[in-house]
Design a protein around this ligand. Structure first.
Ligand code: 2M8
Length: 440
């Protein structure tokens, strides 16, 4: 890509983020997602930190404004000035829980825990060290509290494997493991609701009505328990010890330990959490025959052997020993029939040779910039530098060709979902800046 093309990509990305700016937070997209989402804001902050650390810090402070008193950082912090999203605050009714914040309304579940990773990125980019230290000091106890929530309330076996209780908590809502585990959930009634997402995106690119029935029915079960995590988990019909979520948590613990050291606090707890979760992923989620990691269905008591991108996110988490990393990369990631199309765009979110694969539908196959971003960082850290560089180039090329779309066809590169998608824009900036010798 020429310097002019790269500059155009950066300018376009900044324009998307500016247009989606709500003041102290950024909505993921202009119409489809008008509130603040947890992991979206973390990726957004990582991109914005490349040119405006104070604004990136505001993004995080705004998200933490929605933190519950039990430590949970919710998946959505609702913007009181926006409607048009289903399920909105009146459906979630977070106020049923004494733990929910009083000043604002949020959803009642969490999201993949990218938070400490974003905070660390702000520190790494800040030139005003005194200001950055103040920022770390301010948010650090709340990051610890969030991780205490995950280990205290979402690790019923005490193994270090956190349970995801709703497909929306996984971030990969209709990915095969959730449709698989979801197919065993018996919906005791048909929930009544009206979808709004289909006003903005074609149905064939979004989850099905059947998937939404599961999403809403589960929401209603959790709401009936007044968002009491322990009470709900005791009989929860969907419980997944998710590879992607737990791998991100390993990475977040590593960054949390680094933040602790910067602040002169003890890193021991974060280190112990990281080691515990990494050990459990290696002991319980690795499948020797397949040569990859799978999520575990805690209700059915079995691995969800659906081949998805989640296995590669373990690299970002620093989870696999070198020998397993080599198997993951050489046998799976670089397989042209599965994840690395010879004339196309890696990395499809579901293997192309999986029966679930659909190149146009949401998390069932399209390429997403955030999963590529995590995968290529993991690759570089495990020494697969050329593959990481190639993945960065193809990801940027994809955005250059099709715009700041939500997701992309791995073969044709066609963009789907919403346009002007914030994390695509933000991580495009970060990918450009992470090239050697490149500053904005
Ligand atoms: C998508 O999920 C939301 C529910 O959280 C939705 O479909 O309404 C997912 O891609 C999720 O990972 C993402 O955080 C969210 C906002 O971009 O959209």
């Amino acid at each position: 890509m020429t310097d002019t093309e790269t500059q155009r990509l950066v300018d376009g990305a900044k324009a998307v983020l500016k247009a989606n700016d709500l003041g102290r937070s950024t909505k993921p997209a202009p119409n489809l997602y008008p509130h603040q989402w947890n992991w979206d804001s973390c990726f957004i902050a990582i991109g914005i930190a490349r040119y405006d650390c104070r604004r990136a810090a505001e993004e995080i402070r705004s998200l933490l404004g929605g933190q519950w008193s039990n430590g949970m950082v919710p998946q959505i912090v609702f913007n009181p000035n926006a409607g048009g999203y289903f399920p909105g605050p009146d459906v979630w009714q977070s106020e049923r829980s004494p733990d929910a914040p009083k000043a604002m309304r949020t959803s009642g579940i969490t999201d993949p825990p990218v938070l400490a990773i974003a905070v660390r990125a702000i520190w790494d980019n800040a030139s005003d060290r005194a200001w950055a230290l103040e920022f770390l000091r301010d948010v650090y106890p709340r990051l610890v509290h969030y991780h205490e929530f995950l280990y205290g309330e979402r690790d019923p076996d005490g193994t270090g494997l956190i349970v995801v209780a709703h497909p929306w908590e996984s971030g990969l809502d209709n990915a095969p493991p959730y449709l698989d585990a979801g197919s065993r959930v018996h919906l005791t009634y048909k929930p009544q609701y009206e979808r709004l997402d289909l006003l903005h995106v074609e149905a064939k690119h979004r989850p099905t009505n059947k998937d939404y029935d599961l999403f809403i029915w589960l929401l209603e079960q959790m709401r009936a328990a007044n968002w009491d995590q322990r009470r709900y988990l005791a009989t929860a019909p969907l419980q997944v010890q998710d590879v992607l979520f737990n791998s991100i948590l390993c990475r977040a613990n590593r960054e949390l330990a680094a933040i602790a050291e910067i602040l002169g606090e003890s890193p021991d707890q974060a280190d112990e959490w990281r080691a515990r979760t990494a050990r459990a992923i290696n002991e319980r989620l690795w499948n020797e025959t397949a040569g990859t990691y799978f999520s575990f269905d805690r209700v059915a008591g079995r691995l969800l052997e659906d081949d998805t991108i989640a296995g590669f996110i373990t690299l970002f988490g620093g989870v696999p020993p070198p020998e397993r990393a080599r198997i993951l990369v050489e046998r799976h990631l670089l397989d042209p029939a599965a994840y690395w199309p010879s004339a196309g765009y890696p990395v499809p979110t579901t293997a192309m040779n999986s029966p679930w694969f659909n190149p146009e539908n949401y998390w069932l196959g399209p390429v997403w910039v955030n999963t590529n971003w995590m995968t290529l960082r993991g690759l570089a850290e495990y020494g697969f530098v050329r593959e990481s560089d190639d993945l960065r180039s193809s990801t940027l090329d994809m955005v250059k060709r099709s715009g700041y779309r939500e997701y992309f066809n791995p073969v044709s590169c066609e963009g789907y979902g919403t346009d002007s998608f914030s994390w695509t824009a933000a991580l495009t900036i970060d990918l450009i800046c992470s090239q050697p010798g490149r500053v904005l």
